[in-house]
Design a binder for this molecule. Structure first.
Ligand code: NAD
Length: 497
């Protein structure tokens, strides 16, 4: 697996993009380490991939679902065998430390085995008819060709949240990974190939927005599943609406952690270090707003500053690294811009606020763990997604105020509350406007068999993960079987007016 898989994979064949254009993929921690040049695919490549997926759909959709499950189990086995090699390459490509990329692969493994079991449970309903000698039922059927477009920050887990249930349900897919994580995407597709997924069932098209747009707009793509920014998701949603396609959008977040006066502050610190600075703050579920009670505000901020300033930055494939780089120059520039915005708005930089300069960071996109204090609810640094290691701290004086501040944003992905009081915790589960709420844990930590997704500006109502994602990848067929031997007219023959 040491060769760089820098090709598209269409109809079971690894191949260059038809126009021969490429883009460069570099290690964000060591920019002089070039991973390779990857195909910048265009409309023609997407068209070839969709045609292959359409052809494969005929046989794949007719295979008994449990037989598809057997292949998914083999995929899970192969991912388990390759876990460390994959994680090493993912860290090299997108920067998060090796222990995190191993977790990313583990999530894919869990998702594979979970999807395999669901192939024996693609339940429909049998329901009594209102007429005698008539049988009513609903069945689940695959949709067709699914376009899968993903971000770079979970380069293996997130694509598998989509592709595993899609193929388990009998669909075929065309996958366009992020241009910031093409190699991880290719290594994942190699696992499908090696596990015996037939040609055309899973196709890979590398590239950027051009390839993504072509996939969304392609008339023979029946459903689109997207994970990425709200800005891109909105464009995809508009196109899919116009083209009458089913679409699932998983987008940005600005996730609050509420800390009440009775919270266990040591537990909170552990949660904050992981929630705000894990993956260098580049998770859709990152803890980016700390909403803390005034009685414990100062003590908590002091402890946090001390703990966060000790985080070891560096290349994630080195043993002692706790926080990696951000993904690229554009991300670094965006974070710097928001530091300026926060300062102009009157927030205080209590820690960090600048590019990192220490040993091991000279050749990469490193930014110091940053804490803004004196943040008020309507500041941009309290409301907009920065997608970096930046935590905004807001002071509140009651539970009610905390909820109001938590809900004062357009996003609604994840949330957390730290309190010892069980009644308050239960109230928060209902009061916080988010798709996910953690009690006494940070805003990150999804498990593969649970529904995942957001409300408000984060999503469009679908869920990934768990049993709910199978709703997205199947369509319901309603079937009536009349064995009465005569014409029975529902709503007419059985009603006496
Ligand atoms: P992005 O929106 O820039 O890109 C995401 C993907 O969309 C990439 O593959 C890109 O090539 C493609 N794309 C770009 N323009 C397109 C277009 N017009 N049509 C079709 N495809 C297009 O996002 P990013 O910077 O890669 O990722 C960061 C964002 O992803 C953050 O906002 C983060 O919160 C979000 N995210 C959300 C979740 C979630 O589950 N909610 C998970 C991970 C990341």
């Amino acid at each position: 697996m040491s060769e760089v898989l820098n090709k598209n994979y269409i109809d079971g064949i690894w191949q260059e993009a038809s126009a021969g254009a490429v883009f460069k993929d570099v290690n964000p921690a060591i920019n002089s380490d070039v991973i390779g040049n990857f195909p910048e695919s265009g409309v023609e490549d997407v068209d070839d991939a969709v045609r292959a997926a359409r052809k494969a759909f005929r046989t794949w959709s007719r295979m008994p679902a449990p037989a598809r499950g057997d292949i998914l189990r083999r995929i899970g086995d192969l991912l388990t065998e390759r876990k460390s090699e994959l994680a090493f390459q993912m860290t090299r490509e997108m920067g998060k430390p090796f222990f995190e990329t191993k977790g990313d692969v583990q999530e894919a493994i869990d998702t594979a085995y979970y999807a395999a079991t669901e192939t024996r449970r693609l339940f429909g309903h049998t329901v009594p008819s209102e007429m005698p000698n008539k049988f009513n039922m609903s069945l689940r059927r695959p949709i067709g060709v699914c376009g899968i477009i993903t971000a770079w920050n979970f380069p293996v887990a997130v694509p598998t949240w989509k592709m595993f249930p899609a193929i388990a349900a009998g669909n075929t897919v065309v996958f366009k990974p992020s241009e910031d994580a093409p190699h991880s995407g290719a290594l994942l597709v190699k696992v499908f190939e090696d596990a015996g997924v037939p040609p055309g069932v899973v196709n890979l098209v590398q590239g950027s927005a051009t390839a993504g747009r072509a996939l969304v707009e392609h008339p023979d793509v029946n459903a689109v599943s997207f994970t990425g920014s709200t800005e891109t998701g909105s464009k995809i949603g508009e196109a899919c609406g116009r083209l009458h396609k089913r679409f699932s959008l998983e987008m940005g977040g600005k996730n609050p952690m509420i800390v009440l006066a009775d919270a266990d502050l040591d537990l909170v610190i552990d949660g904050l270090l992981w929630g705000a600075f894990g993956t260098t703050g580049q998770r859709c579920t990152a803890t980016s707003r700390l909403i803390v009670h005034e009685d414990v505000h100062d003590a908590l901020v002091d402890k946090l500053k001390e703990a966060a300033s000790k985080l070891k930055l560096g290349y994630g494939n080195e043993d002692d690294t706790e926080m990696g780089p951000v993904i690229n120059q554009k991300a670094l520039d965006k974070i710097e811009k928001y530091i300026g915005i926060g300062k102009d708005e009157g927030a205080t930089v209590a820690l960090g606020g600048k590019r990192a300069e220490g040993p091991g960071t000279e050749d990469g996109f490193f930014f110091e763990p940053t804490i803004f204090t004196n943040v008020t609810p309507n500041m941009r640094v309290a409301k907009e997604e920065i997608f970096g290691p930046v935590l905004s701290v807001l002071k509140i004086s009651s539970y009610e105020e905390a909820v109001k501040v938590a809900n004062n944003i357009e996003y609604g992905l994840s949330s957390a509350i730290y309190t010892q009081d069980v009644a308050t915790a239960f109230k928060a589960m209902h009061d916080i406007e988010a798709g996910i709420t953690y009690v006494n844990g940070p805003t990150i930590g999804a498990e593969a068999h649970m529904p995942f997704g957001g409300v408000k500006g984060t999503g469009n109502g679908h869920r990934e993960g768990g049993w709910e994602v199978f709703e997205f990848y199947t369509e319901t067929k309603t079937v009536y079987v009349d064995y009465s031997g005569k014409l029975q007219k529902a709503q007419i023959d059985n009603v006496d007016d």
